[in-house]
Design a protein around this ligand. Structure first.
Ligand code: ADP
Length: 210
C-alpha cells in the first residue's frame, strides 16, 4: 500500500524537478514550487503513516548500550537549511557521556521533537537540548520559545492525528505519536510542559540508563 502511494508521488517529484530545470517563466515556476512543496508533504505523510504502522505492530525492540549524548548532538545536522531559513540557533547543555539502553530508531524521536521546535517557533529564536540525571533514567528535554501548548491540549498532543493549532503549519499529527510509541518501546515516558524561562514548550522523554 505504502509503495503503491510512494511510487506515483516519486514520479510527480521527478517530473516537477525536470520542469523546474527548464522552465523560466516566473509564474509557472511558482506553480511548480507549490506542486513540489505539496508533493513533499504527501511523501512525508505516507512515510510517517508507514513508520507508524510498523511501530504499532512491534511489541519489542532490540536495545543496545550507546551514548545518548552523541545521538542528540547529531540531531540538527539534517535540518541546517531550515535552521538557516528561520535564523534559529541550537544550544546544547549536553556534555560528556550519557550511556543508555537504546535502539538506533531513537534518532527519530529527537528529529521529530527538533523539527516541531523549528516549525512552531518564530524566526530568530533558540532551541535548547539538555539531559537531566533522573537516577535510573536520563530525561532529555527539547526547549523552544514558540507558540507553546495550552494546558487542555497537553494530554492530547501525543495522540494520533491530533493537531492543536494548524496556523498554516503543515503536518499530519503523527510525529508526536511516533515519538510516544518509540519511547514506550524503550520503556520510557514522554511529556510536555511550559517553558518557564520564557514562552514556548519543553518536550521531554525518558530513557533507561545503561
Ligand atoms: P504535526 O506537527 O505533523 O501536526 P505532531 O504529532 O508532531 O504533528 O504534533 C501534534 C501537534 O502538537 C501539532 O500539530 C502542534 O499543534 C502541536 N505541537 C507539536 N510540537 C509543538 C511545539 N514545539 N510547539 C507548539 N506546538 C507544538
Amino acid at each position: 500500500m505504502c509503495h503503491d502511494l510512494l511510487n506515483p508521488a516519486g514520479i510527480v517529484k521527478g517530473f516537477t524537478e525536470v520542469l523546474l530545470n527548464i522552465e523560466e517563466n516566473e509564474k509557472k515556476r511558482d506553480f511548480l514550487h507549490k506542486i513540489k512543496r505539496n508533493n513533499t508533504h504527501i511523501i512525508n505523510i505516507i512515510e510517517n503513516a508507514s513508520n507508524w504502522s510498523k511501530l504499532e505492530s512491534m511489541d519489542k525492540i532490540k536495545l543496545e548500550i550507546k551514548d545518548l549524548g552523541s545521538v542528540i548532538l547529531k540531531t540538527p545536522d539534517v535540518f541546517s537549511s531550515q535552521l538557516e531559513d528561520k535564523q534559529m540557533t541550537v544550544h546544547f547543555a549536553v556534555s560528556g557521556q550519557y550511556m543508555a539502553r537504546i535502539n538506533p530508531i531513537v534518532e527519530e524521536v529527537f528529529s521529530n521533537l527538533f523539527s516541531n521546535a523549528i516549525k512552531y517557533s518564530p524566526k530568530g529564536s533558540d532551541i535548547i537540548f539538555d539531559v537531566v540525571d533522573m537516577h535510573d533514567f536520563w530525561k532529555v528535554t527539547v526547549v523552544d520559545s514558540g507558540e507553546g501548548i495550552a494546558d487542555e491540549d497537553k494530554v492530547y498532543v501525543f495522540d494520533r492525528f491530533k493537531r492543536v493549532n494548524k496556523k498554516g503549519v503543515k503536518g499530519a499529527g503523527l510525529g508526536l505519536s511516533i515519538v510516544k510509541r518509540i519511547i514506550e518501546l524503550h520503556g520510557g515516558q514522554v511529556g510536555v510542559e511550559d517553558n518557564l524561562q520564557g514562552r514556548g514548550s519543553v518536550f521531554w522523554v525518558t530513557l533507561k540508563k545503561a
